[in-house]
Design a protein around this ligand. Structure first.
Ligand code: BJW
Ligand code: ZN
Length: 244
């Protein structure tokens, strides 16, 4: 199976990767589905909504600060590095990720498309103020604070610059991702349950345009029915073998 996948990849002319929370699991970043109740008694899906933020911004910010801390403690794992290496080898054109954790960038991936935003960016709920906390050097001060974060320009609430349920994905990122999916002859799908749309269309678009789908996951997902090769296993163990 693995050698079959490696052969498909070696013969491809335009391969892309599509990743989800499972690729960061071995870095210690919790996934979404399958950790019900791990954070207090809430399901992550209940907190990642504009309604939850309106109802209880303290709770939602507490959740995001907890996640930011977890992610700050995390390092890229062999799966992130394998994808960066495939790009350097000229075998991978882009990584399209649903993750907000920055670990692909840290591992050295250059052409990265973030469909659901980035947890280290914040933006104002009223004006067009945006801040990248890693670049402004405020990230530690920010995660350690207990107060609701306010816009330095207008005083309104700041929110994480991520995409919640019912919100549109960043248009440029989504268009670029769909364009790449139409061109790709191979997509490597890693660690996603494949149930959140429109992101989950990406492997389907590749397939519809005649491309192949290689999937790496510890269990079956919403993508598995269209996978040409399903590699069951941990991303950090399987992906490095594809590079060899
Ligand atoms: C391992 C592993 C290891 C573990 N190795 N593998 C069409 C059909 C049905 C519904 C919809 C539809 N279109 C839209 C919808 C509604 C909704 C939706 O999809 N709902 C479904 C859930 C039913 N979509 C939306 O609301 C989207 N917006 C939208 O459509 O807007 C329309 C609009 C247009 C114009 C104007 C206004 C509106 C937005 C979706 C936003 C999703 N946001 C989140 C939070 C991001 C911020 C944050 O991080 O906090 O994104 S939710 C969460 O799910 C997060 C993830 O990116 C996303 C996907 O999760 P992912 O990555 O797949 O993680 P898990 O946990 O589900 O899976 C982990 C996998 O890894 C598992 O398979 C494990 O087995 C595996 N794994 N360890 C390999 N070591
Ligand atoms: Zn503002």
């Amino acid at each position: 199976m693995l050698s079959h996948a490696a052969k498909i990849l070696a013969r491809s002319r335009f391969a892309i990767a599509f990743t989800g929370a499972g690729i960061s699991a071995e870095s210690g970043v919790p996934t979404f589905r399958g950790f019900n109740g791990l954070w207090k008694r809430y399901r992550p899906e209940e907190l990642a909504t504009p309604e939850a933020f309106k109802r209880d911004p303290h709770l939602v910010w507490e959740f995001y600060r907890w996640r930011m801390r977890k992610i700050l403690d995390a390092k890229p794992n062999p799966a992130h590095y394998a994808l960066a290496e495939l790009e350097r080898m000229g075998l991978l054109r882009a990584v399209i990720t649903q993750n907000v954790d920055d670990l692909h960038r840290e591992a050295g991936t250059r052409n990265l498309i973030e469909l659901h935003g980035n947890i280290f960016r914040v933006r104002c709920t009223s004006c067009d103020y945006r801040e990248n906390l890693k670049e402004s050097g405020r990230v530690y001060e920010f995660v350690d604070s207990k107060d609701l974060p306010r816009c330095p320009r207008c005083g309104s609430l700041l929110r994480p610059d991520v995409v919640w349920f019912g919100e549109a994905l960043p248009r440029d990122a989504l268009e670029e991702a769909f364009r790449l999916a139409e061109k790709a002859d191979v997509v490597i799908v890693v660690g996603t349950s494949g149930v959140v749309y429109p992101a989950a269309y990406i492997p389907y678009i590749v397939k519809e345009h005649g491309g192949r789908v290689i999937e790496v996951n510890v269990e079956r997902s919403g993508i598995t029915p269209i996978a040409d090769v399903f590699l069951r296993g941990k991303a950090g163990e399987v992906l490095p073998k594809l590079v060899e």
